[in-house]
Design a protein around this ligand. Structure first.
Ligand SMILES: Cc1ncc(COP(=O)(O)O)c(C=O)c1O
Length: 391
């Protein structure tokens, strides 16, 4: 029997309440919609939350990664070491600067970039100007090893922490371990402003550069222009910058989400634990590793295809027919036509990414998911898996 539309469990739903609604109204009624006091307050609150000296709000993590690499000195002809097991934003920003990504395969356990591969890339490649690890699904990369390799080669680390707030590595917030870290507040992320992001750093030179480049290469922000003692019309363009500032409407939503972020994390942890209990005896599944430090952004199960008579696509279709929305994170970048053609990459150049991709399914994991919905997702996975259990 098919379920009614209302019964469907969507892959994601943002957790927004009356607090966010009131915050938006407050900004709409203030008469000031673009970057000003709300963005400033959000930056101060976010910096305090992660213990960073500077937090710079931006209109997306993509913009933030671009700013951070630009501040790192990545330029045309340079190279940035990163993972193919990510969203294209991670690598496209390298191309914005005319530099090239050097992909390093992931480890099969946490799906994060392999530090040994980074060492090999640094030994092989000329002009590596940054290392950009991605904390996949919020699982911490091996930051001790990555930072030590980076220091040995005097190369800065920019953390793609798009999935990672509020995760940690040995107690230190993800995103604050390298020279700079970038968080995403896209609609499906661990906290959201619809679109948006935050860059953090302890480096005052990087902070100054990113703040300038964020708004047209102007030396001072709009807010300063209208509040400092300088004449309101005065400003100087010192670079050909970008238009990456976060509007106050979004910042106001972000401030409310930030207040709720710990609670959201606890909710995701409970869901991850429930999935583990409900699914751990399915011998056709590999469950994600338990990690108290993860932000638990994604819950990626891997099919043991040799024990099933259907492939991942069919598994997803059958879950959808049972009313369960899922997703796949990610189609690795080396399979994408742009990267494949530009760099002459073959599917087996990154065997771990290829293998993991071919059998991964991301299950719903967000605070609004009820216990009943979590149970229904697990039940649907079992129903499909048991029905296709080959041997
Ligand atoms: C790993 C990773 N990096 C960067 C981004 C870009 O984030 P945004 O959509 O905020 O630009 C994403 C978005 O999905 C992502 O998953």
């Amino acid at each position: 029997m098919s379920r009614s539309t209302d019964d469907r469990v969507p892959f994601h739903r943002p957790s927004l309440g009356i607090e966010e609604e009131a915050a938006v109204l407050r900004v709409l009624r203030s008469g000031w919609l673009t970057t000003a006091g709300e963005a400033r307050a959000f930056e101060a609150e976010f910096a305090a939350a992660v213990g960073s000296a500077y937090a710079i709000s931006v209109n997306s993590a993509t913009s933030g990664l671009h700013l951070a690499l630009e501040a790192a000195g990545v330029r045309a002809g340079g190279r940035v070491v990163t993972t193919p097991y990510t969203f294209t934003a991670t690598a496209e920003v390298i191309r914005y600067l005319g530099a090239d990504p050097v992909f390093v395969d992931i480890r099969g356990d946490d799906l994060n970039i392999d530090p040994h591969g980074i060492e090999q890339a640094l030994a092989r490649e000329e002009r590596v100007e940054a290392i950009m690890p991605v904390h996949f699904g919020g699982y911490p990369c091996a930051m001790d090893r990555i930072v030590s390799i980076a220091n040995d080669h005097s190369v800065p680390v920019v953390e793609d922490a798009a999935h990672a707030f509020p995760g940690a590595f040995r107690g230190k917030p993800l995103g604050t371990i390298g020279e700079s870290g970038v968080y995403s507040f896209y609609a499906t992320k661990t906290m959201t402003t619809g679109e948006g992001g935050m860059v953090v750093t302890d480096n005052p030179d990087w902070a100054r550069r990113m703040t300038t480049m964020r708004l047209h290469g102007i030396d001072r922000e709009v807010w300063d222009r209208y509040t400092a003692d300088r004449a309101s019309w005065e400003y100087e363009v010192v670079e050909a910058g970008f238009k990456y500032n976060m509007p106050d409407i979004l910042a106001a939503i972000g401030r409310e989400q930030l207040r709720k972020a710990r609670g959201f994390l606890e909710a995701r942890r409970r869901i991850a634990e429930a999935y583990r209990v409900l699914l751990e005896d399915c011998d056709y599944l590999e469950l994600p590793p338990c990690c108290r430090d993860s932000s638990c952004h994604l819950y990626v199960i891997r099919l043991r295809l040799e024990r099933l008579s259907i492939d991942r696509r069919e598994f997803i279709d059958r879950l959808a027919a049972l009313g369960v929305g899922t997703s796949v994170h990610y189609m690795p970048l080396h399979l994408m036509p742009y990267y494949r053609n530009r760099y002459g990459l073959k599917p087996h150049d990154f065997p771990v990414s290829l293998d993991v991709y071919s059998r991964s399914i991301s299950l719903p994991i967000y605070p609004g998911l009820s216990d009943d919905q979590v149970a229904r997702v697990a039940e649907a996975v079992r129903q499909v898996g048991d029905g296709a259990h080959g041997s």
